[in-house]
Design a protein around this ligand. Structure first.
Ligand code: MG
Ligand code: MG
Length: 306
C-alpha cells in the first residue's frame, strides 16, 4: 500500500505526465489521432504548441505558481484566510499575474481575462459570467488540496478563492470542489471500488456531471472535462490504461490527461507510475513537482483547524 507521501507525489507527477502526454493531441478529434498515431501513448511533444518532448503546459505551470504562493504565505497566510483576511488570495492573484507575464506557452481565455482584471482592478472575483464554465480553475487546484489536506473548511475556502480569481460559474465551482474532494479521498487510501462508489454518490448530487452513457466529449467546458475524467477513471483501475484512453479522446487532452493523472496517480502512488513516462518529463518539472509536493504536505500538517 502506498503511503500518503507516495500518493501525493503520484497525484502531482501523474498530473504533469497527463499534461505532457495529452498536449501532443490537444484539439484533435479521436479520428485524427488514429490517423496520425494509431494509439497515442508516448510523450513526444509537438502538437499545436510545438512542445519539446516532456514539456508541460499551462496546466502544470499554473499549478506550480499557485503552489509557490501557498508556500510563500505559509501557515500564517492560511490561518489568516480562515479569519477573513484576503492577503493570501491577493498573493495568489499576484502569482498568477507573474505567471502570465512570464509568457507561458499557453493560457486559456477565461484565465487570461480574470488575471488581467485582477491586475487592473485588484478585485478578487468578477461577476457571475455564463461564459466562465471552462475548466481553468479546476485544472490548477491540486496544490490547494495538498496544502489543506487536514482541514475541510480551509480546503473549501481556498479552493473557491483561487478559482474565483478567474472563473465565476456554478459548474466551475462544483467541479473544483468535487474533484478536490475525490482527490482528498484517494490520498487517504481509497481504492478503485471506493473511488467508483464515491463518484456514484457525488454524481447523484451533481446530475449535470453524469457521465453514463458517456457522450465522448472532452472539451474545455468543465462539464465535458469532468465527465471524461470520471468516465475513464472509474472504467479502468490501471493508471496507464486509463491515461491512454483519456488522452486518445483528444480535444482538451492535456487537461483531461492532467486531471485523470492526478486522480489515478493518487490512487496508485508515485511508485506505480509508468517509468517510461516519468523519465520523459523534463527534469526541472519533475524536480519542481517533487519539491512542491513535500513542502505542501509539510504545510498541511501545520494547519489543523477543522
Ligand atoms: Mg494546457
Ligand atoms: Mg488544455
Amino acid at each position: 500500500m502506498p503511503d500518503l507521501a507516495d500518493r501525493a507525489l503520484g497525484a502531482y507527477l501523474g498530473f504533469a505526465i497527463g499534461d505532457a502526454l495529452g498536449a501532443t493531441v490537444e484539439f484533435m478529434r479521436p479520428r485524427e489521432i488514429v490517423q496520425l498515431y494509431g494509439v497515442h501513448r508516448d510523450i513526444i511533444g509537438g502538437g499545436w504548441l510545438k512542445l519539446a518532448a516532456g514539456q508541460v503546459t499551462d496546466d502544470t505551470t499554473m499549478s506550480l505558481a499557485l503552489g509557490e504562493a501557498l508556500l510563500q504565505g505559509g501557515n500564517a497566510a492560511l490561518q489568516g484566510l480562515m479569519q477573513g483576511d484576503d492577503a493570501l488570495v491577493r498573493s495568489i492573484g499576484d502569482a498568477y499575474g507573474r505567471w502570465l507575464k512570464s509568457k507561458p506557452v499557453d493560457c486559456g481565455n477565461t484565465c487570461r481575462r480574470g488575471i488581467q482584471r485582477y491586475l487592473r482592478e485588484g478585485t478578487l472575483q468578477g461577476p457571475y459570467n455564463p461564459g466562465d464554465g471552462g475548466n481553468g480553475a479546476l485544472m490548477r487546484n491540486l496544490p490547494t488540496v495538498l496544502a489543506t489536506l487536514h482541514s475541510e473548511s480551509a480546503f473549501e475556502r481556498l479552493s473557491m478563492a483561487q478559482a474565483r480569481l478567474t472563473h465565476h460559474h456554478p459548474f466551475s465551482d462544483s467541479a473544483t470542489l468535487g474533484l478536490g474532494w475525490l482527490l482528498r479521498t484517494l490520498l487517504r487510501g481509497a481504492d478503485h471500488s471506493v473511488c467508483q462508489l464515491w463518484t456514484e454518490k457525488w454524481i447523484a448530487e451533481n446530475e449535470v456531471f453524469r457521465f453514463t452513457p458517456y457522450r465522448e466529449r472532452a472539451t474545455a467546458y468543465v462539464v465535458d472535462t469532468v465527465q471524461t475524467v470520471l468516465h475513464f477513471l472509474t472504467l479502468h483501475a490501471d493508471f496507464e490504461t486509463a491515461m491512454v484512453a483519456t488522452v486518445n479522446q483528444g480535444d482538451d487532452a492535456d487537461t483531461t490527461g492532467a486531471l485523470l493523472g492526478m486522480l489515478a496517480g493518487a490512487r496508485c502512488g508515485a511508485s506505480q507510475l509508468p517509468r517510461r513516462w516519468l523519465d520523459r518529463l523534463q527534469p526541472a518539472t519533475r524536480q519542481a513537482v517533487t519539491e512542491q509536493t513535500v513542502a505542501l504536505l509539510d504545510l498541511s500538517h501545520a494547519l489543523a483547524v477543522p
